[in-house]
Design a protein around this ligand. Structure first.
Ligand code: PLP
Length: 443
């Protein structure tokens, strides 16, 4: 074989610069997934790995769903690509209508993206453009929250609050501020479901209004349940208060539901569970069950209408992606939404949630378990950090789980669990049993 023939170096791990990965450590000791079906991955050697994380919070309907893969296959043969700039194709309109039908009432205008990061940056830009269209161009300030994760675009990074994600990349966007996070371990540890303490932290938004002036603030963005930082469930009443303050000051509220949406909490969206409807809602991941990259932004009709009404003739929003509404992604989203509706996946998650809660909290007595947090089919098990080595215990537990046949997600020393919603009780038992063994082994 010639050197230029890619098959001449079939086992070479060098070229792929892996995202959010310790490349050197991984390439010295790789873990590969070759196949998936149902609630399992399979390694190239054929070893089953129980998926405790729905891939990366994506595969809510379970792996390898024929309804979705067939739709993608059919669509690839029918229309591989069509631009959506000044042109359209039927599936993009159908996918938007399907999504609008399941998002909370009023969030009926859909902008398609390709990822959660793009959804977040799109939402922030729509918020800015909306205020400008209405003659409030001074509303340029964006408010995020400490420990928030909103992807890796400069907008999402700027409003995000995870320091290691930010520190390599310079100055970020100007005119950004942050609310405090809601993690109160001394008062809320081992709470089942929503913590009792901390709703008053929403009032810090009033402090930012006092500091900057409401007339300078465009939007507040939060994850209703913060995932990537290690599963932080909102205190009872917190989101309601945030909603009230935003409404009082004409500030748009954005819920980043990239992981909380699509049945994860036992309702179609987190907004449904908490009874708090934002002005803008971002999704991705579960929208196509992870099968094709796609994100979306669902917007209150009045926001869309304001831009249509006030913009000069021509393009109303100078924003979009080559692959906004890509035919394969639309086909996957339509099939995925149908599947969610036909199988009642959110209701299934709600029915399993009490069992899940009981199961994950049974780990509470194990050595080094510092806190357990849960809601819907999500859990965070926070381990005490090893002295002088934050993240080491979490990383070791992750590797032990993988070797034992369980995929978990680790952020720092918190193990995050978010299995496919089609999981069954005996598989939940296996997750807890394998994770418990790994935690016990890492004293
Ligand atoms: C809340 C939230 N927003 C945005 C993102 C970014 O999504 P993506 O990785 O698809 O860009 C994520 C990813 O985990 C997320 O959890």
């Amino acid at each position: 074989m010639s050197v230029s023939d890619p098959m001449s170096r079939p086992n070479d791990l060098d070229a792929f610069w892996m995202p959010f990965t310790a490349n050197r450590a991984f390439k010295a000791d790789p873990r590969l997934l070759a196949r998936a079906g149902g609630v399992h991955y399979y390694t190239p050697e054929g070893r089953a790995v129980l998926d405790g994380t729905a891939g990366l919070w994506c595969v809510n309907a379970g792996h390898g769903r024929r309804e979705i893969t067939d739709a993608i296959r059919r669509q690839a043969a029918e229309l591989d690509f069509a631009p959506t700039f000044q042109l359209g194709h039927p599936l993009a309109f159908e996918a938007a209508a399907k999504l609008a039908a399941i998002t909370p009432v009023g969030l009926d205008r859909i902008f398609f993206t390709n990822s959660g990061s793009e959804s977040v940056d799109t939402a922030l830009k729509i918020a800015l453009a909306y205020h400008r269209a209405r003659g409030e161009a001074g509303r340029v300030r964006l408010i995020g929250r400490e420990r928030g994760y909103h992807g890796v675009g400069f907008g999402g990074l700027s409003v995000g609050g995870i320091m290691p994600n930010r520190r390599q990349f310079g100055a970020m966007l100007p005119y950004v501020d942050h609310l405090p996070h809601t993690h109160l371990p001394l008062r809320n540890s081992f709470t089942r479901g929503q913590p009792l303490h901390g709703a008053d932290l929403a009032e810090t938004l009033e402090d930012l209004v006092d500091l900057h002036g409401a007339e300078t603030i465009a939007a507040v963005i939060v994850e209703p349940v913060a995932g990537s930082t290690g599963v932080l469930v909102p205190p009872l009443g917190y989101l309601e208060r945030l909603r009230g303050i935003c409404a009082r000051h004409g500030i748009l509220l954005i819920f980043d539901e990239v992981i909380a949406g699509f049945g994860r909490l036992g309702t179609p969206f987190a907004a449904d569970l908490f009874g708090v409807v934002p002005d803008i809602l971002t999704v991705a991941k579960g929208l196509t069950n992870g099968a094709v990259p796609m994100g979306a932004v669902a917007v209150r009709e009045g926001i869309y209408d304001a831009l249509m009404r006030e913009a000069a003739p021509g393009i109303e929003l100078f924003h979009g992606y080559t692959y906004s509404g890509h035919p394969l992604a639309c086909a996957a989203a339509i099939a995925c939404i149908d599947l969610h509706c036909d199988e009642g996946l959110a209701d299934r998650a709600a029915a399993l949630a009490p069992y899940w809660e009981q199961a994950v909290h049974s780990l509470g007595g194990l050595p080094n378990v510092a806190d357990i947090r849960n809601l819907g089919l999500v859990a965070g098990i926070e381990l005490a950090a090893r002295p002088d080595s934050p993240g080491a215990r979490g990383g070791a537990v992750f590797r032990r789980c993988f070797d034992a046949g369980l995929l978990v997600r680790v952020t720092g020393d918190t193990i995050a669990l978010s299995p496919p919603l089609v999981i069954a009780e005996p598989e939940i038992d296996r997750i807890v049993s394998m994770l418990g063994d790994a935690i016990r082994a890492e004293v």
